[in-house]
Design a protein around this ligand. Sequence first.
Ligand SMILES: CC(C)(COP(=O)(O)OP(=O)(O)OC[C@H]1O[C@@H](n2cnc3c(N)ncnc32)[C@H](O)[C@@H]1OP(=O)(O)O)[C@@H](O)C(=O)NCCC(=O)NCCS
Length: 177
Amino acid sequence: MTHTTIKPTARLTGPRVVLRPLERRDLPLTREWRNENRAWFFDGRVITDDMHQAWFAGYLQRSNDIVFVIHRSGDDEHPVGQIALYDIEQTAGTAECGRLIIGPRDARGAGFASEAIRLVADWAFGTLGLSEVVAHVRDTNMASLRAFVHAGFAHRATRGTTVVLCARATVPPTPEG
Ligand SMILES: CC(C)(COP(=O)(O)OP(=O)(O)OC[C@H]1O[C@@H](n2cnc3c(N)ncnc32)[C@H](O)[C@@H]1OP(=O)(O)O)[C@@H](O)C(=O)NCCC(=O)NCCS
């Protein structure tokens, strides 16, 4: 079965990481990462290959959801993680950032997640013209909480064991005169 995709082809480049849209060839690795780290996600089910393929088919049809694969700059061969911007509401100017994983343990703690979050948020504000991006993180997930705060997100609320963080677009300065 073939699918036409309505995804943007955005490639986001930072000093240490490059983000490119998720492709079908990434699915085995992203499923592995998702299953290895399911304790940190609100949907903690083990994802089978069939489930992952079905999710991807639906994902390709949604224009309000983009998953990026994270690479180290200069290494297009070996992805180190994923991140997503989803529930994009152009009219409301809002979206959620999540599905964040840095897969290989030796790639963690190097600031890749913080940089990836900032790239996605800047893209959401600058290219999509959104005004607010939120994230939902478990209150025990210190690495994720710190990564979002490093990327400019602030605590908005705590609901049970979920922390809601938020980043807002900076209003461009008014031209003089
Ligand atoms: C959360 C995650 C994406 C962070 O990735 P990362 O690239 O290691 O994050 P960064 O290097 O940008 O740094 C995150 C911050 O958390 C800190 N940190 C890393 N691991 C930590 C841990 N186990 N406990 C507390 N702080 C931790 C880092 O030191 C850094 O803070 P600092 O610069 O103030 O020291 C990664 O740990 C991961 O994939 N975890 C499993 C999946 C997950 O939890 N996803 C998020 C779901 S909301």
